[in-house]
Design a protein around this ligand. Structure first.
Ligand SMILES: Nc1ncnc2c1ncn2[C@@H]1O[C@H](COP(=O)(O)OP(=O)(O)O)[C@@H](O)[C@H]1O
Ligand SMILES: N[C@@H](CCC(=O)OP(=O)(O)O)C(=O)O
Length: 372
């Protein structure tokens, strides 16, 4: 069970507001943040790709603005988030740079993970940052998110990010060491070490947050577990109320693991082949059919015909020369650009389109064979 964290390639860690801010003063808990970031840097140095989803902007901002305790109005939490996010990002940047890491701030709204084109853009930016060795620090863009278009909690946001970038491990660090059969304040509540199946009974165990600083409570954590495990990602709810919480988890600290139901690749392929409406089709030559069967990407050189009107990110049907569908995938180009680059070598793309686009028409990560 321990190896789920140390063996993971891509890890998303979510930090709740209560861990980041001191209960008494409302200030950022710097000692804790230093120790946590040291764990992140150690894992990154080992070759694991690390992303942080951090709450805390509203909790920090409300103190800075002198807002009273209790529930905030929407415009007050938006203002608090605007103020708090700056100090939050600054703290991460300062500490990560001490470990020689670039810190990249990403503020997402619901649409960025739900709407396909924006999803592909967000995914591509995150992948590029990881390739450059930077550590993305993500939060919801609370200042522009109105109640209709917001997640409202970073538990589900973290799970959507984890499945978007095909992470294999998500850790929700909280003030509790996992899921209990009932809110831990209730007598007789017992700890659950592992959940293989998120049944209605499991959902029913989760209650609200105990402090006003937090948003979600256990309900949003269990909802996050459903998103993550469906996306092929193992998820842990673990205690962050200790210095070096990730090291502690690797060394076997008690937590609750929710087991992935599939692999990230299988989950993505199922999404492409099953739930997307195709917006066009491309016919490819025999050489390209052969390349696709060997798990390669589809290059413009192998395309003979482009049909339909589609945009970058739309799903396409890929046909052989007999008109039989052999694969489906997400297009890296619009139909207009595809018409221009079909049959050409990828090195000619810049000259043909006037910009240096991707070498592949459909990247192999975005492609699924529908006929062997
Ligand atoms: N079944 C449960 N098991 C564990 N904790 C629960 C449960 N139901 C409710 N909780 C509450 O959820 C809290 C954790 O959620 P929350 O305060 O939102 O954390 P965070 O700020 O880390 O997101 C716990 O401290 C606990 O009071
Ligand atoms: N985006 C908000 C946090 C929302 C949230 O999920 O809070 P928490 O339950 O403490 O993880 C913020 O930065 O204040």
């Amino acid at each position: 069970m321990i190896a789920r964290l140390s063996n993971a390639q891509r890890v998303v860690v979510k930090i709740g507001s209560a861990l980041l801010t001191d209960k008494e003063t409302g200030k950022l808990n710097r000692t804790w943040l230093h120790a946590f970031v040291e764990d992140v840097a150690t894992m990154r140095a080992r070759g694991q790709e690390m992303l942080i989803v951090s709450s805390g902007s509203i909790a920090l901002g409300r103190r800075a603005l002198g807002l009273p305790s209790g529930k905030l109005k929407l415009e007050e939490s938006q203002a608090a988030a605007a103020v708090g996010q700056i100090s939050l990002a600054h703290a991460y940047q300062e500490i990560l740079s001490a470990y020689g890491r670039n810190c990249a701030q990403i503020l997402l709204t619901l649409d960025d993970t739900e709407e396909r084109r924006r999803y592909l853009n967000a995914r591509s930016t995150l992948n590029t940052l990881l390739r450059f060795g930077a550590v993305p620090v993500i939060n919801e863009n609370d200042t522009v998110a109105t109640s209709e278009i917001r997640y409202g909690d970073n538990d589900r946001l973290a799970a959507r990010v984890a499945s978007m970038i095909s992470a294999d491990c998500l850790v929700l660090l909280s003030d509790v060491d996992g899921l209990y059969t009932a809110p831990p304040s209730e007598p007789g509540a017992t700890h659950i070490p592992e959940v293989a199946d998120i049944t209605p009974e499991i959902m029913g165990m989760a209650g609200d947050a105990a402090s006003e600083m937090s948003r979600g409570g256990m309900k949003t954590k269990v909802a996050a577990a459903r998103i993550a495990t469906d996306g092929g990602c193992n998820m842990a709810i673990a205690n962050g109320r200790t210095l070096h919480p990730l090291r502690a988890l690797e060394e076997g600290a008690r937590c609750t693991w929710f087991t992935a139901r599939t692999t990230p690749v299988a989950s993505r392929k199922r999404w492409i082949s099953g739930s997307l409406k195709t917006m066009g089709s491309i016919t490819v030559d025999d050489g390209a059919v052969n390349a696709l069967r060997h798990g390669r990407s589809l290059l413009p050189a192998g395309i003979t015909t482009v049909e339909g009107r589609f945009e970058r990110g739309d799903a396409l049907s890929i046909l052989d020369e007999q008109g039989v569908e052999i694969a489906r995938g997400l297009s890296a180009y619009s139909s207009e650009d595809a018409q221009r680059i079909k049959g050409h070598n990828s090195s000619e793309i810049e000259e043909l389109l006037g910009f240096a686009g991707r070498a592949e028409m459909v990247h192999r990560d975005d492609l699924v064979m529908t006929k062997a």
